[in-house]
Design a protein around this ligand. Structure first.
Ligand SMILES: *Cc1c(COP(=O)(O)O)cnc(C)c1O
Length: 220
């Protein structure tokens, strides 16, 4: 099945084809390479091949490998795509460039406090639980627009985008369409949606970034 660098090239070509197919400008979609469970030795060749945006789902795991990689490659951009506990807000603000999983009042308040304290301002997305799944993080879609407003007005946070993970066993299209509609209502520009199995569909529905793990790094 080749190596991660070959698969990266393949994913990049598929993204370009999906952009063209959707009539969207070339290069509008950012590839977030999801490196969770893979160590620095597996990640380094992918950085050396030119990939600069990465996603991790656990703060603690990311702390173990990214400070050294970021020192080596200072222009790498790191996204937190997994649930954030409020007792990890300090570490998350210190390490991540984008936090995609703001989904409740308490996290918004903790992030605002740490941003003020550290003088470091990661870009922020609100995660929406479009499928209303019990076990999944993310705010109820019916509360999403009001929550974005409160992040701005109550906590002074600049929310840039929305993120969602559709239910694994459903057609993702309606979930992507819902996220796109909520983003328009909340006046945010970025849409993080689409993974290895459905990123081309997400691009057709307006994704501005796709989070692709196994199609690049292999199975976990
Ligand atoms: C693991 C993960 C991905 C990547 O999933 P693949 O199916 O391996 O591409 C994307 N988004 C989130 C939030 C994840 O946790």
């Amino acid at each position: 099945m080749g190596n991660a660098v070959d698969r990266l090239g393949d994913v990049r070509r598929r993204i370009a084809a999906a952009e063209a197919e959707a009539g969207r400008p070339a290069g509008v979609v950012t590839l977030v390479a999801v490196s969770k469970t893979f160590d620095a030795d597996a990640i380094r060749p992918v950085i050396e091949a030119g990939q600069r945006v990465f996603g991790e789902n656990r703060v603690q795991e990311a702390q173990g490998k990214w400070p050294a990689l970021k020192a080596e490659f200072p222009d790498v951009e790191l996204h937190l795509i997994g649930p954030l506990q409020s007792n990890k807000a300090k570490e998350a603000v210190a390490l991540f460039d984008v936090i995609e999983t703001v989904d409740r009042e308490k996290i918004a308040a903790e992030l605002a406090k740490e941003i003020a304290r550290q003088g470091r301002t990661p870009r922020l997305y609100v995660q929406v639980n479009t499928g209303l799944e019990e076990q999944k993080a993310g705010i109820d879609p019916r509360e999403a627009v009001a929550f974005v407003e409160r992040c701005r007005s109550v906590h002074g946070l600049a929310i840039e985008g929305l993120m969602a993970i559709p239910p694994a066993d459903e057609n993702p299209g309606p979930h992507f369409a819902l996220l796109e509609k909520l983003a328009r209502e909340a006046s945010v520009d970025k849409l993080s949606m689409g993974m290895s199995g459905d990123f081309e569909t997400a691009i057709a529905f307006g994704a501005t970034s796709v989070r692709v793990g196994s199609a690049i790094f292999g199975g976990r």
